[in-house]
Design a protein around this ligand. Structure first.
Ligand SMILES: Nc1ncnc2c1ncn2[C@@H]1O[C@H](COP(=O)(O)OP(=O)(O)OP(=O)(O)O)[C@@H](O)[C@H]1O
Ligand SMILES: [Mg+2]
Length: 600
């Protein structure tokens, strides 16, 4: 079918107005100019329609052709996604680079999936079986970590009339035929295409009651994320947004990670690309890239593609979710995405709202975060998958009252606030425990009690109370000096120091401390809180805090973060025994001196 052709009327940055494209629809992809730049229709008028161009528009001039394609902006889904590195509109970057060198030339079409590579397809259905959208018809062992499920695409329902036997196929070969109610035959291949602007459908949402363990102690303890949850990490320049999201991508216990570098520095993406292939997934021991998809639309790439990259990423995430996998999507940074919205909206002449952002900023952000969640997938047996969304926010000047941070805060359920003072003191992760929060504590309590210890909620509450009290005491100390504090309050300062230095600080760069298994996090916190309880008791009996600070177990506590992942239990057992012994010796002394009546 010949597609509608129009002509460029005017060009303003990435926004192109075209005349004569009759019958074109919203969000349809068009090719712009002699170079056939890729664009998407974002406004349709009587004779003029507006297109946002995903490629540099310099050199384009009025009168050049604009050709409709009939398709909405879509992604290709199927085996081959994992391990890929895409630009904002799912073009594989390595292939683009191969075709055009370091500076990507324009108008290149490179498809998201390799159409020649063969994958081993193992069917799991038989002729005569009934299928519907989402029904699994077979599997492809894609990487050492991920076995892809091949599903019936949307819009196809009926009886299987043919299914291939186990063998090697490309993603575009027919592997199955389905006859619908009208007797029409639909050919199914491993690849399916989905438009990116709307979420992929699912059966229903289910409760989020499992944590997404990030291996970062401050997060897993005080503001935990749920699998399927939404979280934002706002912070000023250099406070640790990227490092934290990279930590999630490396260590979080998701099965698939989709990482979007959105408008940030290109060299950070390069670092990730150099480092990640050499890292191993802590759960499976396999290379990290075997569970990772990267989308890079760095600051030097066109602004409209940045706007699209978020939707491309979340659509890929939904495809894995629908297979019943737990997916984590990290976006760095949603502020750069919002700036892309602002730029385009400005060029469209829309009435600006706060700080020039369009009035629909909040609803667009909400639409993005709504695509997270834990759901039952379509098609037959109950498959539960989740998408956890974590976005960095970069407020100018670190001022959280600006529109993007505020709009995000109203939507997300976890808020990890980075603090520039902590970062300046190189207290990392620089997450402010007093202003950050998670609304998932209640959902996750059962899991924590069952998997860690029934005392977990109490330990967390006690630790948080100590940190709060510490803050108050510090204000007093500033006014009247430390000598004015009674011993019991000095003990609290000491307990808070242990929590902060020996537990909360965690170096992303340390070979062991970069990741903390949740069991180790629990044991570390328990040790510090037990120490605190005993210290409080001793102080009540008249012991000087200084005396307790001489305990040699404190050195062991200061080093517990570097206890190896696989043998931390025995280290922690030894530390707890030593702690008991040192306190027991102290209590024995007190008993002998007559301060304590021995229990009968
Ligand atoms: N958990 C951590 N462990 C060790 N160092 C850290 C940690 N978090 C941040 N840093 C240090 O802080 C520096 C800045 O962090 P990062 O690049 O993540 O900041 P950012 O908030 O992304 O900054 P920008 O606003 O420029 O994007 C890092 O290079 C690193 O030295
Ligand atoms: Mg950054």
């Amino acid at each position: 079918m010949a597609h509608e052709t129009g002509q460029i009327e005017s060009i303003s940055g990435p926004v192109v107005k075209a005349r004569g494209l009759h019958g074109v629809r919203m969000y349809e992809v068009v090719r712009v100019g002699h170079e056939q730049l890729i664009g998407e229709v974002i406004e349709v008028g009587d004779d003029i329609c507006t297109v946002q161009c995903y490629e540099e528009t310099s050199g384009l001039s009025p009168g050049e052709p604009v050709v409709a394609t009939g398709d909405a902006l879509s992604v290709e889904l199927g085996p081959g996604l994992i391990g890929s590195i895409y630009d904002g509109i799912q073009r594989p970057l390595p292939e683009l680079k191969e075709m055009s060198g370091d500076f990507i030339s324009r108008g290149l079409t490179v498809e998201g999936l390799d159409k020649e590579k063969k994958w081993t397809f193992i069917p799991s259905v038989n002729k005569g079986e009934m299928v519907e959208p989402g029904s699994v018809i077979g599997e492809v062992p894609e990487t050492g970590i991920i076995t892809s499920k091949i599903m019936i695409p949307l819009g196809i329902k009926g009886e299987i009339t043919e299914i291939v036997s186990k063998g090697d196929y490309t993603v575009v070969e027919t592997i199955c035929k389905v006859k619908d109610d009208h007797g029409d035959i639909h050919e199914v291949m491993m690849m399916q295409k989905t438009a990116v602007r709307k979420g992929r459908p699912f059966k229903e949402r289910v409760p989020m009651n499992t944590p997404l363990i990030t291996g970062q102690r401050v997060i897993d303890t005080f503001m935990p994320q749920a699998k399927g949850g939404t979280g934002a990490i706002p912070g000023g320049f250099g406070t640790g947004k990227t490092v934290t999201l990279h930590q999630f991508a490396k260590w979080a216990d998701a099965q698939v990670v989709v990482y979007v570098g959105c408008g940030e520095r290109g060299n950070e993406m390069t670092e990730a690309l150099e480092e990640w292939p050499s890292l191993k997934d802590p759960q499976s021991g396999r290379p990290l890239m075997e569970r990772t998809v990267l989308i890079a639309n760095t600051s030097n790439m066109p602004v409209a593609a940045r706007e699209a990259s978020i939707y491309v990423a979340v659509t890929l995430a939904e495809y894995f979710r629908d297979q019943g996998l737990d997916v984590a999507l990290m976006a760095d940074s949603t502020s750069r995405w919002a700036e892309a919205l602002r730029e385009i909206s400005g060029r469209l002449g829309q009435l600006p709202s706060e700080e020039g952002y369009p009035a629909y900023l909040g609803s667009r952000l909400a639409q993005f975060y709504e695509r997270g969640g834990r759901v039952k997938a379509l098609g037959g047996k109950d498959r539960i998958g989740s998408i956890t969304l974590c976005g960095a926010v970069s407020p100018p000047g670190g001022d959280f009252s600006e529109p993007v941070t505020q709009a995000t805060l109203r939507i997300v359920k976890v808020f990890w606030a980075l603090d520039k003072d902590l970062a300046a003191r190189r207290f990392f992760p620089a997450i402010n425990t007093l202003t950050s929060y998670s609304l998932y504590h209640n959902n996750l309590e059962k899991w924590h009690r069952e998997h860690l210890g029934t005392d977990w909620p109490d330990l967390v509450t006690e630790a948080m109370a100590i940190l709060q009290k510490d803050q108050e005491l510090r204000e007093i100390v500033q006014l009247v000096g430390p000598d004015a504090l009674p011993e019991s309050e000095r003990a609290i300062l000491e307990a808070a120091r242990m929590i902060k230095e020996d537990f909360l600080t965690q170096s992303a760069l340390h070979e062991i401390d970069t990741f903390c298994p949740i069991g180790k996090t629990y044991r570390m916190l328990r040790t510090i809180i037990r120490f605190t309880r005993k210290m409080t008791r001793a102080v009540k009996l008249g012991v000087n805090v200084r005396r307790i600070l001489e305990f040699s177990v404190l050195d062991n506590i200061a080093r517990m973060k570097i206890a190896p992942w696989d043998s931390y239990e025995s280290t922690m057992d030894k530390i707890e025994t030593k702690m008991e012994r040192e306190f027991q010796a102290l209590f024995n002394e007190l008993t002998e001196a007559g301060f304590i009546t021995p229990e009968i």
